[in-house]
Design a protein around this ligand. Structure first.
Ligand SMILES: NC(=O)c1ccc[n+]([C@@H]2O[C@H](COP(=O)([O-])OP(=O)(O)OC[C@H]3O[C@@H](n4cnc5c(N)ncnc54)[C@H](OP(=O)(O)O)[C@@H]3O)[C@@H](O)[C@H]2O)c1
Length: 319
């Protein structure tokens, strides 16, 4: 009798513990701003990238500029690329760290250039810092991404999106990756997007280019992983790169903090987004039909409202 009472007591206790754990899990997920792997990673130690040669494209503004500051402050030897040299000079002047700003190398580059131009850029990057070679290539540059319905996106926008986000990135990687593989070390950190995981209504061509970029690196990782070269595919949701924007977007500093963790811990893939976008990525990954159903409801409204991120706007009844 006594034994069965104590069994019942243990059973009830376990049920309460299970319920508490379940509720805590729901609360944790509701507050999550990144996937469950990245949120578990330890913070970066001081000078986490000490003496690493890091080449960042699209370093003249936005995420690339903030990443440059973080890498500099963590002791990296930086090579910064974008088309606008004056903006690169401005970013360089704002950096501080073991090798910054004095030793920061500016390598102006249009990634849509010919193969010869990109080969020359890779050779210059490899020769920088006494020919140490690039340790981490951050593919961050991106074409402008105007928001329009699929039928209104011009051929020019389509070609530029693919030239910058796909062809340029592939050509640079094709030239640089074998050199890294020969050294038996190196990493490609690729600024992909949640739009590579879920086609974003109003950004169909951007999504297509980011999916192509994602698939390319997923394949390349499987080809060269054995050589010691890593690929980190980083998929942020909407980021507040424009402080004046009223759109609900994730803070730039927080996104960059998580990107740095993803690169430092050499994660294969990271999703960085607040709810409900993060939940949609999980749905897309594990329950694609449900995700398609929801996106089918939101898509027309998002295109109509100009491609913002306010769920309230998108859920308003269609006029
Ligand atoms: N911001 C977001 O909400 C968000 C969300 C998810 C993913 N992402 C990804 O994160 C990355 C950075 O986003 P961002 O918003 O910071 O970008 P951004 O503000 O639009 O900046 C784009 C950068 O790319 C450079 N660039 C553009 N065309 C180029 C070309 N032909 N050759 C070389 N550089 C070129 C630009 O510099 P120049 O004009 O000087 O060349 C600029 O530095 C992108 O890959 C983007 O897809 C962003």
């Amino acid at each position: 009798m006594l034994l069965s009472m104590s069994h019942r007591y243990v059973g009830v206790m376990l049920m309460w513990v299970g319920l508490a754990f379940f509720l805590w899990g729901i609360y944790f997920f509701a507050k999550a701003d990144g996937d469950l792997t990245i949120l578990r990673q330890a913070p970066l130690p001081p000078n986490a990238f000490k003496d690493k040669v890091v080449w960042i494209t699209g370093a003249s503004q936005g995420i690339g500029e903030t990443l440059s500051k973080e890498f500099a402050s963590h002791g990296a030897k930086l090579i910064l690329s974008a088309r606008r040299l004056p903006e690169l000079e401005r970013v360089k002047a704002s950096l501080s760290g073991l090798h910054a700003p004095s030793s920061v190398v500016l390598l102006p580059l249009d990634v849509t250039g010919s193969e010869d131009v990109l080969r020359e850029a890779v050779e210059k990057a490899e020769a920088s810092f006494d020919g140490k070679g690039v340790d981490i290539m951050v593919h961050n540059a991106s074409a402008a991404r105007p928001k329009h319905g699929y039928s209104e996106i011009s051929e020019e926008t389509t070609k530029t999106s693919f030239a910058v986000n796909v062809i340029g990135v592939i050509t640079l990687t094709r030239i640089l990756a074998p050199k890294m593989a020969q050294r038996g070390r190196g990493q490609f950190a690729v600024l992909s997007s949640v739009a590579a995981k879920i086609g974003a209504p109003g950004q169909s061509v951007y999504s297509a280019s980011k999916s192509a970029q994602y698939a390319y690196f997923d394949a390349v990782r499987s080809e060269i992983g054995y050589t010691g070269v890593k690929v980190s595919l980083i998929c942020p949701g909407p980021v507040k790169t424009d402080p004046t924007s009223s759109d609900p977007r994730q803070s730039l500093d927080r996104v960059v903090e998580l990107i740095m963790k993803s690169i430092f811990h050499e994660l294969d893939e990271s999703w960085i987004a607040e709810q409900p976008i993060l939940a949609m990525v999980y749905l897309r990954q594990h329950f694609p039909s449900i995700a398609s159903f929801i996106m089918g409801k939101l898509g027309p409204k998002r295109v109509k409202t100009g491609g913002g991120y306010s769920l309230g706007e998108m859920l308003k009844k269609n006029d």
